[in-house]
Design a protein. Sequence first.
Length: 247
Amino acid sequence: MSLDPNLPSIEHLRERGRKRVPPFAFEYLDNGCHSNLNMRRNTDELREVRLEPRYVLDYGGAHLETELFGETYAAPFGVAPIGLQGLVWPGACEFLAEAAHAARVPFILSTVGTASIERVAEITEGKAWFQLYHPTEDDLRDKILDRAEAAGVPVLVLLADTPTFGYRPKEIRNGLAIPPRMSLRNIAQMMMRPTWSFSQLARGKPEFATLAPYIPKGLDMSHLGQFMNATFSGRLSADRIAAIRER
């Protein structure tokens, strides 16, 4: 197993990321909605799991390989869908997809990811999963599903827990709404993270790559916010799931 002795644990990696990424971008990744109650509950419940040691019994070895949907993965977990990964680090979506593919675990691309369905399918040799934010209009849903099918995406993940955009207090404070609010505080944070800032300048501003063909040209950020709200304001329902299953 390859291991960087300077980063031997997840907490070390998290602290390294916190020092390299501007606080407004790091808090976007590191926090959830409202008071983070469910985030804390998820990790607390995992920490409550206890493994029973059986040291003196015969040991036949251990492996984490898991078969799911006809594919054998190296472990029973993967990379969760994250929106706007490119804000956290330039090219993060592609890096994560490549790393997941190399590690033989699933990578799930979000509808609002910063790499397109086609690009991620190419990186993962057609093994990435796709998470669908169900659009209000069925026509847009069908266009997105057609692209996922054409790219050879093997697994469709339906997002059911976001019937409206989540209330994320730290994002509001940091100006990460649509339209975004750039403050002197945020500018100072970027100046303190020059590697991140120059990397963003070199790559260009992150965008919703899968949705780019459907966003009207020339929208300012205020109108983009209105477009996103109108496009993804629908709640997933049994009827909508049935229509997708029919396809």
